[in-house]
Design a protein around this ligand. Structure first.
Ligand SMILES: Cc1cc2nc3c(=O)[nH]c(=O)nc-3n(C[C@H](O)[C@H](O)[C@H](O)COP(=O)(O)OP(=O)(O)OC[C@H]3O[C@@H](n4cnc5c(N)ncnc54)[C@H](O)[C@@H]3O)c2cc1C
Length: 379
């Protein structure tokens, strides 16, 4: 791996500029499918995947850069967080040769997509309480359980479902990961009516005696926790990139507006009460971006433990920076901040997603309290 997270290599700057140009061509109000297809064709969706499977041979650093730039142009691709980042990483690191051949080239060129399902209605933030269960039946697996808030199940060819094997009565999570095709018999999905203006929908899933062949299990039944964690750091780094892109988009719109809107003798941006909060939002986004790049750098260098702490902090910082940036951007536009024409009001709910998912702000504060500071647990 070349470069550091403090300065960008020429290659990465060129990638950033090319993705930004693609983003500008599509912009807000884009058609998700055509942007996904074009980004796939240009190799942007699989920049992190191995070259032998059609990927770019880069890391999460490059993938996060792509998502951040698309987001800052107003056209983030949410499925990048799950398909190439989580599912691509887990399959590339732990999948069988057959799984790699089946999925990675399609993730790389965007022709295949995989959703990721871990959240359950009765487990929520406590993944030790997952109850989706896999039972062995001859060579097959039979899966039963429920999931909630799973993004993009309708547009994904399959969903990577986190379950647990039946014989683990210890209460400790012994997860295992299964690839469940979209139309597998017994795999039922119902869209959840979200207050989100996003093209990717969230679904409640009922997994009712879904029968899967042995080859649906990703990697090793006994190494599930390791495999799951391998996907979670990229997920956090990518969520940070998603939030940073959105935050940058909002600040840019507000700055443009503040430079031209004039109701007294100077544009409103000349008033420090308007300018300072935007400067503050910019600083917060830059600080969070630095932590995101550190997390990606550590992850790409193979330091999973160091990356874990940095990825949590980056996700936290980016989500908070994004929520503040969007709030300030909406306020800067006055009444226009709430019109559909200017398109900022809908970001108020969208920005909150990064604060809740994939792990909530409080669960990150718990992690830092326990892991970084050594404070006792309350639960
Ligand atoms: C738009 C969107 C897309 C999503 N996409 C996916 C997806 O593709 N795949 C997937 O698997 N999941 C997805 N999720 C689910 C998301 O990861 C969960 O919503 C999240 O993990 C929180 O779980 P919960 O909603 O059950 O909240 P709960 O766990 O019920 O938490 C509710 C509140 O209580 C707080 N809380 C809980 N426990 C503690 C504690 N010990 N200490 C302090 N505070 C606590 C939380 O911080 C939170 O504020 C998505 C969610 C959203 C909103």
């Amino acid at each position: 791996m070349s470069g550091s997270f403090l300065t960008e290599t020429e290659e990465r700057s060129a990638l950033r500029a090319a993705v930004a140009a693609l983003g500008r061509r599509h912009g807000r109000g884009h058609d998700r499918e055509s942007l996904w297809r074009e980004a796939g064709k240009l190799g942007y969706l699989g920049v992190n995947l191995p070259e032998e499977y059609g990927g770019g041979g880069g890391g999460i650093t490059e993938l996060a850069l792509v998502l951040e730039e698309l987001g800052s142009a107003g056209c983030p691709l949410l499925m990048m967080v799950v398909s190439p980042a989580i599912c691509g990483t887990v399959i590339a690191r732990f999948g069988t040769d057959e799984q790699k051949r089946r999925w990675l080239p399609g993730f790389s060129d965007g022709s295949l997509t995989m959703a990721f399902g871990i959240t359950e209605p009765d487990a929520g933030s406590n993944s030790h309480r997952l109850t989706t269960t896999a039972r062995k039946d001859g060579d097959d697996w039979v899966l039963n359980g429920r999931k909630v808030f799973i993004s993009g199940v309708d547009i994904a060819d399959a969903t990577l479902i986190v379950g647990r094997t039946e014989d683990t009565g210890t209460g400790r999570l012994k997860p295992c990961l299964f690839i469940v095709p979209r139309d597998a018999p017994g795999f039922h999905r119902t869209p959840i009516d979200m207050e989100l203006h996003a093209v990717e929908k969230q679904f409640e899933l009922v997994i009712d005696n879904v029968r899967l062949p042995a080859g649906a299990l990703v990697g090793d039944e006994d190494a599930g926790l390791l495999q799951l964690f391998a996907g979670l750091n990229p997920e956090r780094i990518m969520t940070a990139a998603f939030a940073l892109g959105m935050g940058r988009y909002a600040v840019d719109r507000a700055v443009e507006y503040a430079k031209t809107r004039q109701v007294w003798k100077e544009p409103i941006g000349a008033h420090q009460a308007v300018a300072h909060p935007l400067a503050q939002a910019h600083i917060e986004l830059e600080l969070a971006a630095l932590m995101m790049r550190k997390a990606a750098y550590l992850y790409d260098a193979g330091d999973d433990t160091g990356a874990g702490e940095a990825a949590n902090m980056a996700k936290y910082a980016a989500a908070e920076a994004c929520v503040h940036a969007v709030d300030q951007a909406v306020h800067t536009l006055g009444g226009n901040g709430l019109t559909r024409e200017y398109g900022l009001a809908s970001l108020i709910t969208a920005a909150r997603v990064a604060r809740i998912a994939p792990v909530s702000r409080e669960m990150i504060l718990n992690y830092v309290s326990h892991q970084s500071l050594g404070l006792p647990k309350s639960y």
